[in-house]
Design a protein around this ligand. Structure first.
Ligand code: XMP
Length: 512
């Protein structure tokens, strides 16, 4: 067992972010329920404890309280936000209950750097989100940092190695917060920085094997990063006990199905089943041009096809999913309603319950960039690991209006040219997304001596960090020129190429 840091979870949305910061320091951590008995932590030989934040007041009727004996284990403890209140409450300080919460930026003035703030500048911007406030230090403690509103923004009992910080070091808004956590781990808890992606994989493999036993796992493979990494990880753990299903909905990009078959079937030797449902999707979409209706039809048909193909595979106990730790984006206002901004994961229409499958989600605690690292370590190629996002409804929302096989063919060919040029110029990995949109508008042109009357392709290339906002990418003119002339020359049916120069907001990234 590696040296373990215990994170006691008191219900904060940020507990997983703390775990992530710990991983960034190459240290292993485990999230425990707040009520975990101290004896269990001793048994697990934890090298330090972090008390997470939490939405409650320590005085609330059902306030989550830890086993008080955690303070007698003889290991360092770092209380964050609610964690400091708990220290005040359990170690004989005083905590003042306040109905109003204090949110937002504050300036921390470090009075005594000690080991927690070693190497940090004297003043730092920090992020607050708390209600109650420590008003009297517990015996043995001293203040090591203050903010405008709190003389006890950071406290320490260097003898017992107890530290408390009122603000959130784990969020991006707190300057050098990662260094504070690093100081706690490597300095105060004296653990070694040696927990790597490979260790994560080894442990995940063990966990999957223990969970699955001799059972069978089914997994819907979309070809995107998350499901690809989940597939590779599950396959490493249980090999032939994994069966993947890839739904060809007829709305895929050029060569996509072949690439998936080649990589997972031929290269990884994964038991891959392809549900060939393109005709069904197109039949149902025939004549439908309203975007929401198109999405609904595609979504419903997907669930139906997926469920049917899972049933045809035979008995299985588990459904694997590439769920990531919900994207609690660091720009999320902690004071607002983070839940509203978290992208919740959608089980495929209640399918696990209907089919009596247990979910297995080996990437559940990871963030996107960590998943990419795991993918790389598992040997997935760069074009999978660093693939741009692609919407579930696929080209269905990139052919404007009603969808026909001919329009899809034109879009596929134009998009293939764009991607080729994005790849060879190196811009593919520099932008967030780059794709073509088919416009069902015919415009006049000339080709040789002939007048033409052909469709329009729009290029949509955007930069973004989280898809919440986006800006159109300022691609070099010679690259745009090459893309445009190649599309009009090589793709039959296209007479004009336009470049979308709209930002999000007000425009969305996709056109439908
Ligand atoms: P918009 O168009 O809303 O897109 O600015 C934001 C991001 O989400 C992707 N997107 C989808 N992804 N299913 C998905 O899995 C969908 O229905 C869907 N619609 C949009 C889009 O490509 C962009 O990255």
């Amino acid at each position: 067992m590696p040296q373990t840091i215990a994170v006691l979870d008191f219900g904060s949305q940020l507990t997983q972010v703390i775990a992530r910061r710990i991983r960034e320091c190459q240290v292993y951590s485990k999230i425990y329920h707040y009520s975990t008995p101290a004896a269990k932590l001793r048994e697990d030989n934890v090298a330090g404890i972090i008390l997470s934040g939490g939405p409650q007041s320590v005085y609330a009727k059902k306030a989550p309280h830890p086993d008080p004996a955690i303070f007698t284990l003889g290991v360092p403890v770092l209380g964050i936000c609610y964690g400091v209140q708990l220290m005040g409450h359990f170690l004989e300080g005083e905590v003042e209950h306040s109905k109003a919460r204090e949110y937002g930026h504050g300036v921390l003035t470090i009075q005594k750097p000690g080991r927690l703030f070693a190497g940090l500048p004297k003043k730092l911007r920090v992020w607050n989100s708390h209600g109650d406030k420590l008003t009297k230090l517990p015996p043995g403690f001293r203040a090591i940092g203050t903010t405008e509103n709190s003389p006890f923004a950071a406290i320490e009992d260097a003898k017992r190695n107890f530290y408390g910080i009122q603000f959130h070091p784990e969020v991006f808004h707190t300057e050098r917060g990662g260094d504070m956590i690093r100081n706690f781990l490597l300095g105060i808890c004296a653990v070694k920085a040696e927990w790597t992606t490979r260790d994560f994989i080894t442990q995940a493999v063990e966990k999957i094997r223990a969970q699955v036993g001799n059972g069978r796992v089914l997994l819907g493979l979309s070809g995107g990063v998350d499901s690809s990494v989940a597939a590779a990880l599950l396959h490493k753990a249980i090999g032939k006990q994994l069966t993947c299903v890839f739904v060809d909905n007829g709305l895929l990009r050029k060569g996509e199905r072949k690439a998936v078959e080649k990589l997972y079937g031929d290269h990884f030797h994964i038991d891959l089943r392809v549900a060939d449902a393109g005709k069904l999707f197109l039949r149902r979409l025939k004549g439908v041009s309203e975007p929401e209706q198109k999405r609904k039809i595609i979504g419903r048909t997907f669930v139906e096809v997926f469920e049917k193909s899972l049933k045809s595979i035979g008995r299985a106990e588990f459904l694997g999913q590439g769920t990531l730790y919900p994207d609690v984006i660091e720009s999320v206002s902690i004071g607002g309603n983070p839940a509203a901004l978290i992208k919740t994961h959608h089980n495929v229409g209640g399918l696990p319950e209907r089919m009596k499958l247990k979910l297995i989600e080996p990437l559940r605690e990871l963030f996107k960039d960590e998943v990419r690292r795991v993918g790389e370590a598992l040997g997935l190629p760069q074009e999978v690991v660093w693939r741009q996002p692609f919407p579930g409804p696929g080209l269905g929302v990139r052919v404007m209006g009603d969808i026909t096989p001919d329009k899809l063919e034109i879009l596929r060919n134009a998009d293939a040219v764009l991607q080729e040029e994005m790849m060879s110029s190196g811009f593919y990995y520099k932008v967030w997304q780059s794709f073509c949109v088919f416009l069902p508008v015919k415009t006049v042109g000339v080709f040789g001596d002939e007048r033409t009357y052909d469709y329009v392709i729009a290029l949509r290339v955007v930069e973004s960090t989280d898809a919440m906002t986006a800006d159109w990418a300022k691609l070099p003119h010679d690259l745009l020129q090459k893309i445009s002339s190649r599309i009009t020359n090589e793709v039959r049916g296209v007479g004009r190429v336009v470049f979308d120069i709209s930002s999000k907001p007000p425009a969305t990234i996709e056109w439908e």
